[in-house]
Design a binder for this molecule. Sequence first.
Ligand code: MEV
Length: 307
Amino acid sequence: MTVGTACGKIILFGEHAVVYGRPALAVPLSQLRARAFVESRAEQGIVIHARDLKRDILVNDSTVDDALATITRLTLNKLGVTGNLEISVESDIPVASGLGSGAAISTAIVRALAAHFHQSLAASEISALVYETEKMYHGTPSGIDNSVIAYEQAIRFVRGQPITPFQIARPFTLSIANTGIASPTKITVGDVRRGWEQDKARYETIFDDIAEIVARAQDALARGENHLLGELMTRNQRALESLDVSSREIENLIDAGMRAGASGGKLSGGGRGGNVIFYVAEERAEEVRRAVGEAGAVSTLVTYVGK
Ligand code: MEV
């Protein structure tokens, strides 16, 4: 049996505006992983067991709408192989929570299949394959999720441009809190698209504001001026609220985290649910984690960025 794994991801700054050509900063979340296991089977055909989704998928011509079947077909095609296979997937990453679960599961499948057939694929090739399934999950995705997950490094992402790593001069603590509300990115991305179509000037101004926040954050990270990050996160959150992708639950968690000593917070990913991130001094991280738990977060974790 061969195994492939892939990390989750966090967008620090710039979600949604990134769909419209603005830059965004994202980091891998290596503690949360998706895993895929591949083995040959005696019976004809390919079956995928998605344990967490409690689904078994037989890969054939009628599963064209299924992202897991699609990534399997695309990968085998890319590798130039066929086979009778049993693929199992499992993931620690909550689905539809802004942490890249879909892209991580697809990436794990690509890696496990490549390993099964003793081939290796470059990160750029894996990212391109996974982007095809991102379109199924997200409608008009920017490509940031598949990029940060396939490369598993902190990246500055601009749609259509080569990805560039960004510098983190001083590591910092990030507290992450899950609202427990599953919110498919496809829906929020679609709603922002409708809003943009109705009032392009207003939306473009918000996207420009987000681009400026991203530029400042990148600069602060490169200089080790981490004290600026909290305020920039809060400003990014306000811009996301103007795009109508926030929610009462997100804002309740942010309020609780801020009261407990976080320096700033924002939703991360598609919004309307999913995860909230806080920039927090290490000694306050535990307090923030407790406060957001009491305020209703279904799960919390603390991660170190740049370490
Ligand atoms: C989703 O993780 C990030 C969004 O910006 C969508 C995308 O970039 O495709 C909301």
